[in-house]
Design a protein around this ligand. Structure first.
Ligand SMILES: C[S@@+](CC[C@H](N)C(=O)[O-])C[C@H]1O[C@@H](n2cnc3c(N)ncnc32)[C@H](O)[C@@H]1O
Length: 341
């Protein structure tokens, strides 16, 4: 169905459920003001006022990058993102900084290759702000949110890989249940997976956000005291699976630390407990703490003290930031600096 038709269907769906219409953000300016999360804290740890090269591995709408570029005329930023729409937006936003900002459509797991391609080395700081951007979440046609009726897509790079609808059509029931349980921490995962596969067997596969949201609501029921929509956890789980969000995250942190100059800074922001656990483990290992199970007689995890962790506990948003930007509620920031050798 062409996009315009989807937008009209979506308008009706949204009006029915919420009594108001939130339109897709046009590229020239997103509807709701975008606030980069934990910005003050990110700048404190990255210390960009010292100048130098910074890699923003998830440039998104360019909020963090803009603040880094503004902090000194001597900073430069390489911005990476999988999403061509986000890159188009941030390129436009950061155009006033001229050659100090360069961007690449790439998976941050390929950071070493991107730096080589850009003919750059020795970054002073590397930032990764995981998850979805408000542009993706608030664009109905991207299919990330059950707030809108749209094709069930959820790919950060819409030109590559399988969409969420494809996964629900192709994966075995047990695999769908596992994804919903592990990535969504949804206790009704098996029931939801059963209903999805039942529909598929009846020749009525789930292809839209509205169909999935309705199916989950029917499968798990919704209680008045629930603070979130019953489909929230299932949508989150599918998004993580579609974009392979956890795969290779630990190896990425190791590669990023390897690239940094001595005393360079790394900041990672996550929104999901599994992501935070991976960041925490990676930083602990890089700080020399053995990650082997307690009963292992000899260390085999290869832990070596390459960094000093700057955040003993994850930094979280204060009440003021959460009130202004509810997305910040689940953000956790961890940071380290690379030791001089
Ligand atoms: C939370 S947003 C970043 C927001 C950004 N810090 C800002 O201030 O606007 C996360 C971004 O990371 C991108 N992303 C997620 N996984 C990625 C990956 N593996 N490689 C590159 N970009 C990724 C998403 O497309 C999204 O634009």
């Amino acid at each position: 169905m062409p996009n315009d038709k989807w937008k009209m269907t979506n308008k009706k769906f949204f009006e029915r459920d919420h009594g108001a219409v939130e339109m897709a953000a046009p590229l020239g300016g997103i509807g709701a003001p975008h606030r980069p999360v934990l910005l003050k804290e990110t700048l404190k740890f990255l210390a960009p006022e010292r100048g130098g090269l910074f890699v923003d591995c998830t440039v998104g709408l360019g909020g963090h990058s803009e603040a880094i570029l503004k902090s000194s005329n001597e900073t430069r930023v390489l911005g990476l993102d999988l999403d061509p729409e986000a890159l188009a937006y941030s390129r436009q936003r950061l155009a006033p900084f001229g050659k100090r900002f360069r961007s690449f459509q790439a998976n941050f797991r390929t950071i070493a290759e991107v730096m080589q391609q850009a003919n750059e080395r020795d970054p002073n700081g590397i930032l990764v702000d995981l998850g979805v951007s408000s542009l993706q979440f608030d664009s109905p046609e991207r299919g990330f949110s059950f707030r809108f009726a749209a094709p069930l897509d959820m790919r950060m790079d819409p030109a590559s890989g399988a969409s969420a609808a494809d996964l629900l059509q192709q994966l075995p029931e047990s695999e769908i249940a596992k994804i919903i349980f592990e990535y969504g921490e949804e206790r009704h995962s098996r029931r939801i997976a059963r209903r999805i596969v039942e529909r598929r067997e009846q020749g009525k596969p789930i292809t839209t956000t509205a169909e999935l949201a309705d199916l989950v609501r029917l499968a798990v029921g919704s209680r008045k005291r629930d603070q979130i929509h019953p489909a929230t956890r299932t949508f989150q789980a599918l998004r993580i699976a579609v974009n392979n969000e956890l795969e290779g995250l630990e190896e990425f942190v190791e590669a990023a630390i390897d690239l940094l100059i001595p005393d360079g800074r790394f900041v990672g922001i996550s929104f999901h407990s599994l992501e935070d656990r991976i960041l925490k483990r990676a930083l602990r290992k890089l700080s020399g703490q053995c990650q082997c199970p307690p009963r292992m007689p000899v260390c085999s995890c290869g832990a070596r003290a390459l960094v000093e962790v700057l955040t003993r506990r994850p930094v979280v948003a204060g009440a003021g930031e959460v009130e202004e930007n509810p997305r910040a509620r689940s953000a956790k920031l961890r940071a380290c600096h690379k030791l001089k050798r």
